[in-house]
Ligand binder design. Structure first.
Ligand SMILES: Cc1cc2nc3c(=O)[nH]c(=O)nc-3n(C[C@H](O)[C@H](O)[C@H](O)COP(=O)(O)OP(=O)(O)OC[C@H]3O[C@@H](n4cnc5c(N)ncnc54)[C@H](O)[C@@H]3O)c2cc1C
Length: 406
């Protein structure tokens, strides 16, 4: 048995967990980071089909934490977003020049973000990675948290952060329930190579089965997130490469010229899941462990990183004031700060998905009129654009691009 003491223990070294470890170490905390995946998987250069739209504010945070320099060569700026409703001529068009402050966000393949996070992790002092490892027990008392691992390590700390994704064992350990909704849809994800430039434009099309997104990657490549009715997914996933490519071409259309599917195809069940509360004695939930939302607005990871930014600020303020970082008041500040933002987003993504995933004529008319109205009213349009850029609400300092300690 090897005992180690850290200020903070994090269970879950996904994109959010690694960012949290880096941000907390930058504030001078010592961090024990546990993941069950082998270190090789966490740094794997293999394309796993996932790419994320990172809002402008999220990119500012990654820059402030010294992570962005490792991923910037792989980032495709999103300059415009075009939202259309099936074949309707009504549309909504967001252009970054309207706000005049850089792109709306960036598209980055998750593998590049993971590699960048790992590179930054290795540059920093104060983080110890326990991976691959399994948590065998978690014990909490008024004064400390003890996490025991299969490898024999026993970690004590003042605070435990549960960042272990949708099926969080930390959440289950704390007895925190969830509200759960299973959409009868799955997300089919693949990448394409195309003949003409995408010009940094992201397209979101609302088809009767659900949203179909064409998201620009570096070069003449794009990531597709194709939301489809659940019962059709096995058939689509079972199509020959040629037949699958033909279905993709039919949906993308010809504006990008010749289109080829590159790499594999993946499907993800889509669920909405949110924790009844974010905190418990010496414990807090962040990222997908606290809230898993529909990918319609490409906001899941952005939300998780906003949790991280808020938590870092709350803990740094507490430590600065000489407070116990695991005290209930400190954790309450985090929970209150994040609750409104997260609840708004999962309500909005849920409503958008329900509103747009059908072909009922009056609903279609109403949403088309809605798109056209928003498109013609600049203040309303700028409001939506600011949301896409992640610059709305009471932002933690990191999301404004302020470096730790500044
Ligand atoms: C199709 C699709 C498209 C998406 N597109 C976008 C997008 O464009 N933009 C966006 O912002 N979001 C997007 N998302 C959402 C985004 O992918 C997630 O919100 C994000 O990956 C969650 O990160 P996380 O670190 O909180 O959790 P996870 O990525 O789930 O990481 C959890 C980590 O915990 C580890 N772990 C789990 N259990 C244990 C355990 N018991 N012990 C130790 N370790 C454990 C896992 O190995 C993993 O490393 C999309 C999601 C889907 C399905």
């Amino acid at each position: 048995m090897t005992e180690a003491h850290h200020d903070i223990t994090i269970i879950g070294g996904g994109l959010a967990g690694m960012t949290a470890a880096i941000g907390l170490a930058a504030q001078g905390f010592s961090v024990g980071l546990i993941d069950r995946a082998p270190k090789g998987d966490l740094t794997a250069a293999k394309y796993d089909g996932r790419a994320s739209a990172l809002a402008f504010a999220t990119c500012q945070m990654l820059e402030a934490l010294g992570i962005w320099k490792h991923m910037q060569p792989y980032a495709q700026p999103i300059l415009e977003i075009r939202v259309t409703d099936g074949p309707s001529l009504m549309h909504l068009h967001f252009d970054h020049t309207a706000l005049g402050e850089g792109p709306l966000g960036n598209m980055v393949e998750n593998r590049h973000t993971r590699i960048a996070l790992f590179a930054r992790l290795e540059e920093m002092d104060g983080i110890r990675l326990y991976a691959p490892d399994e948590v065998t027990s978690i014990e909490r008392s008024a004064g400390k948290v003890t996490v025991s691992l299969k490898s024999g390590h026993v970690l004590t700390s003042s605070l435990l952060l549960g960042m272990d994704g949708r099926n969080s064992i930390v959440r289950a350990h704390a007895g925190i329930g969830t509200s759960h909704f299973k959409y009868r849809q799955q997300g089919i994800v693949c990448s394409i190579e195309h003949e003409f430039s995408h010009c940094g434009i992201a397209h979101e099309r609302f088809l009767p089965s659900g949203p179909f997104a064409i998201l620009p990657l570096t070069g003449n490549r794009a990531s597709l997130v194709w939301t489809e009715k659940e019962h059709l997914v096995p058939t689509i996933m079972g199509l020959s490469d040629r037949a699958f490519e033909a279905e993709v071409r039919r949906r993308v259309g010809d504006f990008l010229g010749d289109v080829k599917v590159i790499g594999g195809r993946w499907s993800y069940p889509l669920t909405l899941e949110y924790a009844d509360r974010y905190t418990d004695q010496r414990l807090a939930l962040l990222g997908d462990a606290a809230h898993g939302i529909h990918p319609i607005a490409g906001q899941g990871l952005n939300l998780g990183l906003r949790d991280v930014a808020a938590m870092i600020e709350v803990l740094a303020d507490a430590a600065h004031a000489g407070l116990d970082i695991g005290a209930p008041d400190v954790l309450d500040r985090y929970a209150r700060w994040r609750h409104t933002d997260n609840t708004t987003l999962y309500a909005v993504t849920d409503i958008l998905n329900r509103l747009f995933s059908n072909d009922i004529a009056p609903v279609r008319l109403a949403r088309d009129v809605g798109l056209a109205v928003v498109n013609e009213i600049p203040p309303l349009k700028n409001f939506f654009m600011a949301h896409a850029r992640g610059t709305v609400g009471e932002l933690p300092k990191l999301l404004k691009g302020q470096r730790p300690g500044s």
